[in-house]
Design a protein around this ligand. Structure first.
Ligand code: MRU
Length: 354
């Protein structure tokens, strides 16, 4: 199946830029914007113009390649110093998705060790960023092929947030599983949680499924319990921002609740993610840093209202992610196959080289 959107992240050479879909404007407007400085790339990641764990990694890699292009000098030491600052700026944008740090480390491995001509380093970094983006697309397609077998024909699949083409280099992880099942000829219907406070489900998941003619119904986050109780959810599939070695999974706030509900109702709960999302350095989910975001995302209904819905001065709680404990997860679908509990063994078996 082809998806009908432009690339989520692209490295443009002439003039140098990181081209993204500005996701803050969706679904009203599909606009491509060119980010031409490191600060613009960092701002775009921070305010979620580009978002979703793999897409953030792709944008950061392209940001390093862009930095190498716009730092004009011929001195290797100057370029490396600029890349070091760029690396720190991009690493400080969002703390939870490990793909960001994974992609920066892949780029750093090249520039830190470099001792050849400066021009060749610029080309090598551009080539690596392009490879990271192409590689992510391939990983998503493989996740789709493995995950498709888990979804029965006629399924009603619930998803939370957006783990689709817009959250990756293309095709998606959770939505990649759905696309993979549709490619197998299965007829599916998707329940898309709206995903407060920033509404990635309502705005983005519904947008890209509609673009691919995959039937989808949006519901408020507090409606899924009654839907499950009524027997109208076959399974849930979500993405991930960071998976600890034991399978505990950080994903968009609200995912944990969906997993608990699935367990109660005996509904399979699947996580779909590439190995760039698995952090083997963390033993369990309690070690995953959780991003706290600004209060007006909650008080202004995702910043879509001109005035607050909460009284002045009231305290607001706004973590961007939560951690779903591994014992609530039926399987983790990766580009190397499907991991089943216990995940400490199954994830390691699939990725002995990491
Ligand atoms: O805050 P966001 O929109 O970047 O959060 C995105 C998610 O939580 C996604 O589910 C996750 O990154 C997986 S994307 C394939």
């Amino acid at each position: 199946m082809s998806f009908s959107l432009p690339s989520t992240v692209e490295l443009v050479q002439n003039p140098p830029a990181v081209r993204i879909i500005d996701q803050t404007l969706l679904p009203g407007e599909l606009r491509l914007i060119d980010l031409v400085s490191v600060d613009q790339v960092a701002e775009a990641i921070k305010v979620l113009r580009v978002r979703g764990a793999p897409a953030i990694g792709c944008a950061a890699a392209a940001g390093i390649a862009l930095a190498a292009k716009i730092e004009g000098g011929d001195e290797l030491a100057d370029l490396k110093a600029f890349l070091g600052k760029t690396d720190a700026t991009l690493a400080a944008t969002r703390p939870t998705a490990v793909n960001l740090f994974w992609a920066l480390a892949r780029m750093r491995k090249i520039w830190e060790a470099w001792c050849g001509p400066v021009a060749d380093l610029r080309s090598a970094l551009a080539a690596e960023a392009v490879a990271i983006i192409a590689d992510d697309l391939e990983r998503c397609r493989a996740i789709g092929r493995y995950g498709a077998d888990l979804i029965p024909d006629g399924a009603d699949v619930l998803t939370h947030c957006n783990a689709g083409a817009l959250a990756t280099a293309g095709y998606g992880t959770a939505l990649g599983v759905i696309r993979g099942a549709v490619e197998q000829g299965k007829r599916l219907h998707v329940w898309a949680d709206e995903t407060r406070p920033l509404l990635q489900g309502a705005r983005l998941t519904a947008f890209e499924l509609a673009a691919d003619d995959i039937p989808c119904t949006v519901l408020c986050d507090n409606m899924s319990a009654s839907l499950m109780g009524a027997g109208r959810v076959t399974c849930a599939v979500v993405g991930a921002d960071r998976i600890a070695a034991n399978g505990d999974t950080a994903n968009k706030i609200g995912t944990y609740g969906v997993a608990v509900l699935c367990k109660h109702h005996g509904i399979p709960f699947y996580v779909a993610a590439p190995f760039s999302t698995v952090d083997f350095a963390l033993a369990s989910g309690g070690e995953i840093p959780i991003e706290q975001r600004k209060p007006d995302e909650v008080s202004m209904l995702g910043c879509f209202l001109p005035h607050p819905i909460t009284p002045d001065g009231v305290e607001i709680f706004n973590p961007a992610f939560d951690v779903t404990l591994a014992d609530l997860i039926t399987a983790i679908v990766t580009e190397r196959g499907v991991a089943r509990p216990p995940f400490t063994e199954s994830l390691r078996r699939l990725a002995p080289d990491q």
